[in-house]
Design a protein around this ligand. Structure first.
Ligand code: SF4
Length: 341
């Protein structure tokens, strides 16, 4: 593909750049539920939710609306039990996000008398709120001139600048955030940040940037968009084998409560060492990925012979209201259906 040549530098011609981008956005803005509101709580929820979950998945499963239905404001989530909060987040993974969301709501109630801070600097002091999220809430909810840089914006800016160093290094972050701040339309921060983000989501995509129809092509300095951005090597997945007991009595499944860092607060199958399971009836093998772990789970048809020190067992008949990691919930449902056949 021949990429059109740039005629202007985006930073040196920022007023022109802003007008071009905003003009395109006015005609092409997509409608998302979180764009229909300026409620800072709803915007914080959407931003935390979208950190590790795709827009398509959040929309398709009505995750945003369902979560706000359960917790419409900071007061509602502040007093909720951990079990209820985790259950409402089930399927989204990375559960520390929702734990921090609850802590952030409690902090706003306790330290700010329930009044949501509007400036990015204060927002960034809340639990689980990083620089991006702080800028997003400040600009989307309050229209304050706070720049934002997420993965989409970093990609667009690295291409606009033809930046050939790692964008996620300290130096790269400095350059990209500085550019985001310089380009930002100060009196139209909400629109501008949404527009830049949407350009990255739709036109300036990572695999096949549509430069021929890009509204800001005449500002874009790179000749090789597909080679940008340059990033640090990715964190590798950790492979884990787990061995678990599966036992049903009177249609109730024996589950234990996790206390380790990976499963804190969640219900799971009782786990033991491979040696403890080696003489048992092997039932099935399952593979799933969770956070940075690739797990192979071996199931054995047996009741655990003893309790571990920090383990609680319960026979559970109704799983739907309990927090259970999605892959485990699927395995349990499949096993129960098999047994009922
Ligand atoms: S799609 Fe991206 S790489 Fe292509 S011209 Fe637009 S900003 Fe540049």
């Amino acid at each position: 593909m021949d990429k059109p040549r740039a005629h202007y530098h985006p930073v040196k011609n920022k007023r022109q750049f802003r007008n071009t981008l905003l003009g395109w956005f006015q005609e092409n803005a997509k409608s998302y539920p979180w764009r229909e509101t300026t409620d800072p709580w709803a915007i914080l929820v959407s931003e935390i939710m979208l950190q590790q979950t795709t827009v398509a998945s959040v929309i398709a499963n009505h995750r945003f609306e369902n979560f706000l239905h359960e917790f419409p404001n900071i007061e509602a989530i502040s007093v909720a039990s951990e079990e209820k909060v985790l259950r409402a987040w089930e399927g989204l993974g990375y559960y520390n996000r929702v734990r921090n969301l609850q802590k952030a709501a409690q902090t706003i109630l306790q330290d700010y008398e329930g009044k949501f801070p509007s400036d990015a600097e204060t927002l960034e002091t809340l639990p689980g709120v990083g620089r991006y999220t702080a800028g997003a809430v400040s600009s989307f909810a309050f229209d304050h001139p706070a720049p934002i840089v997420d993965g989409n914006i970093a990609r667009v800016l690295s291409r606009l600048l033809d930046y050939h160093k790692e964008v996620d290094s300290t130096e790269g972050q400095k350059v990209i955030w500085k550019t985001a701040g310089e380009l930002l339309a100060p009196s139209k921060a909400r629109l501008f940040n949404s527009a830049l983000m949407e350009l990255g989501q739709t036109i300036c995509s990572s695999k096949s940037p549509a430069c021929l129809v890009c509204p800001v092509q005449s500002f874009c300095q790179t000749k090789s968009p597909s080679s940008l951005p340059i990033k640090k090597p990715r964190k590798k997945f950790v492979q884990i084998d787990e061995h678990a007991f599966f036992w049903i009595e009177n249609k109730r499944i024996l589950l234990s409560r996790g206390h380790d860092s990976r499963r804190k607060g969640f219900w799971k199958l009782p786990l033991r060492s491979p040696e403890e399971c080696s003489h048992l009836d092997f039932l099935s093998q399952h593979r799933y990925t969770i956070t940075h772990h690739r797990v192979t789970l071996y199931l054995y048809h047996a009741k655990p012979p003893h309790l571990l020190e920090d383990e609680e067992y319960h026979f559970i008949s109704e799983l739907s209201n309990l927090p259970i990691a999605t892959p485990i919930r699927k395995i349990l449902s499949a096993k129960v259906s098999e047994l009922e056949r």
